[in-house]
Design a protein around this ligand. Structure first.
Ligand SMILES: Cc1cc2nc3c(=O)[nH]c(=O)nc-3n(C[C@H](O)[C@H](O)[C@H](O)COP(=O)(O)O)c2cc1C
Length: 217
């Protein structure tokens, strides 16, 4: 069994999404200690932003007429898709940035979707595979909070992973990760500790289920 893990945080030290995804991965590994993990660190090793337009335009050009840039972009999309195809379970650790999606994760998704195996209309390559999305936010966006409705990322992450790719998706969410960093949030210290503990519990639970899930497809 193979685990695919993608991290989109732009940092390594102090990253909440990585720490929670580490818990998911460790739980998965409990039941399969010798099994491989394929890793993509799109936040610290970003994919080239030019790859996506080159891969899109490559689809309209016969193979033999493609420019070197189009060939490279199509080959990169195929490599990324091969990594997904090889996985039996998947973990995505993706923060909220500027009230929206991680640009690095978006670039990765856009490029993957240019591969003919992942495009619209085909048999969904990933349907039924068990997956966990870990998503973290510096602030809080729940019902009744001043910024309710400002999180424009989580809905899209779910839309792509659960609805478009039809993964069997579980979600771990942690809010108020900027408590302790931004003094304006000091009043939420106790709440932040509770939210973190709950997210760690979720990560353990979903990591365990990832390790024992059977692929439906
Ligand atoms: C450039 C930047 C923009 C951010 N924008 C937001 C934001 O709009 N809303 C929010 O709640 N947190 C925001 N954050 C905070 C991150 O979501 C938070 O620090 C999160 O924990 C980052 O993930 P990581 O801990 O895995 O690195 C931002 C952080 C950075 C560095």
């Amino acid at each position: 069994m193979t685990l695919f893990r993608l991290d989109a945080s732009i940092r390594v030290e102090g990253s909440h999404s990585r720490a929670l995804a580490d818990i998911v991965e460790q739980e998965w590994q409990q039941s399969r200690p010798a099994d491989p993990v394929i890793r993509r660190h799109v936040g610290v090793e970003p994919l080239p932003a030019t790859a996506w337009p080159n891969a899109v335009s490559a689809a309209y050009v016969p193979q033999e007429s493609r420019s070197p840039e189009q060939q490279q972009a199509a080959a990169l999309a195929a490599t990324l898709t091969d990594e997904l195809a090889a996985a039996d379970a998947l973990v995505f650790a993706v923060p909220l940035y500027n009230f929206g999606v991680s640009q690095h994760f978006k670039t990765w998704v856009d490029l993957v979707i240019t591969d003919p195996r992942m495009g619209p209309g085909g048999e969904p390559l990933l349907a039924g595979k068990p997956a966990v999305l870990v998503t973290v936010r510096g602030g809080a966006y729940g019902a009744g909070t001043p910024r309710e409705g400002w999180d424009h990322a989580t809905g899209w992450y779910r839309r792509i992973l659960a609805d478009v790719w039809q993964l069997d998706l579980k979600v771990v969410e942690a809010e108020f990760t900027l408590v302790g960093v931004n003094p304006a949030l000091d009043q939420f210290r106790d709440l932040a500790v509770q939210l973190r503990a709950a997210a760690e519990d979720q990560a353990r639970e979903h990591g365990r289920s990832l390790g024992t899930a059977r692929v439906a497809a």
